[in-house]
Design a protein around this ligand. Sequence first.
Ligand code: HGA
Length: 605
Amino acid sequence: MCGIVGAVAKRNITPILLQGLKRLEYRGYDSCGVALHVDGMLQRSRSTARVAELEAQVEKSGLSGFTGIAHTRWATHGAPASHNAHPHFSRERIALVHNGIIENHDELRAELKAAGYEFESQTDTEVIAHLVDQMYTGDLFETVQQAVKRLHGAYAIAVFCRDEPHRVVGARQGSPLIVGVGDGENFLASDAMALAGITDQIIYLEEGDVVDLQLQRCWIVDSDGKPADRPVRTVHAHSGAAELGPYRHYMQKEIFEQPRAIGDTLEGVTGIMPELFGDKAYDIFKKIDSVLILACGTSYYAGLTAKYWLESIAQIPVNVEIASEYRYRDSVPNPKALVVTISQSGETADTLAALKHARSMDMTNTLTICNVATSAMVRECALAYITRAGVEVGVASTKAFTTQLAALFLLTLTLAQVRGRLSEEQEATCLKAMRHLPVAISSVLALEPQIIAWAEEFARKENALFLGRGMHYPIALEGALKLKEISYIHAEAYPAGELKHGPLALVTEEMPVVTVAPNDALIEKLKSNMQEVRARGGQLYVFADADSKIASSEGLHVIRMPEHYGKLSPILHVIPLQLLAYHTALARGTDVDKPRNLAKSVTVE
Ligand code: HGA
């Protein structure tokens, strides 16, 4: 979601800005643009198509320069149209890009209109551009420091001025922004990946920081205007998304990468040791009395699955909360809780805010599970476990989810051990099962041809129900989310026991009901729920374990998974649901990797 790149150099920076935008494309966007300082003037090019189109447009116009900014936009205020695309200009003097939401934009717009400013867009961003122009003192760095004090909400901005060539000013509050330090040139970007191959010397700006980028200067002040000494880190970012190889879409590739991703995530786990989560992990794990998991979307479902594991294996009470709810509701803080945030990018705005909210209430035992070692969440938490899924390009998360589950299972075992609830024998059995996961997943992936046949049927439907029980209920939720995200079929998930309390009213012969049916202690209960569906003519599509004795019959379609995989079974059972969503979307001809209205790292509230 939204990408920012900025540069000040002695060479033409247009290719650097466009290349940076391409590397940020995986985050999802609906329009893009670039602005440069050209012969004492501001010039820009914007497009509602892909960055490649923008590149062609820029090439045609011959746009080039030494100072500039670029942006991929995921619209929050104003339609995805070229007049709303960034960069925004103010009076041909200020050029600005922004990631985030300015909450007091209405008030500022009214004030600026009264002062004679004309608005070309419906965005909240244009307000900042005019505000900077209105407050301009002749020194952009000084002006931006004052201007951001008027903003309420979240922002990462990059701005330059016609009258100050070789200067770009950046600021962040609630949205990510990094500085890339070069040799006689300096850069800004939403993440280090955008600058891969340009510089690996990265400074992570902190909340409230404002940075002055010039050719030989990279000067940062904090929110009080005091010089801020931020460390320069060497970051070896991958140079963008990997090749597609034999796959048609990144989502398909990422589904098939799961054996490798899980193997990498658990590599180095030779035993259950708190240190896997950080130096202070043992001390923190020893003193906690409960776990509070904060997350959004798919990561929230990973958290829900972990609740079943943690309570049954580690016997510790767990609450799982949707981050955007937790951050705004009155809750009773428990300083003895372990606060666990889960996020693929480690930058998810709601989760980050929920973490800060928890900390502001003295909940300082914090752990994050995330896929980006340099992310804000890792920096903000006392402990971290980095999943090693690799870059996930598809907007619909797959390998990030299963690697989160692997990390959460490891956390469960670790807490169980610290609490004296894990025998050596159990530890050995669990470790063996974890090590075997890549092979077990591969055998589930081999079911793809059978799932494709089901997907042909699903493609003709407009609604679907997903059922699961126990720790497979969150897996049903994830399956329904995958299907709606990329195929746009309305799908809902229920704990199977809830059917009779309402959703059964929806069941007709037209309603496919996907059932996650592992051969666990609840299988007989689940079979009864399936009968309830069949009795109303519903079509059952059941993913059953090989040993669960459920056979296909009229209206009951069965795909057999490998034998029951015990507590780790959710990791296997989500995989056919990912494939079902993928192939259904493919059959419906949707844009699988970039579903409408959605973006990847969700850095706005
Ligand atoms: N609110 C601004 C920027 C949105 C954003 O961060 N996109 O990723 C807009 O709507 O243009």
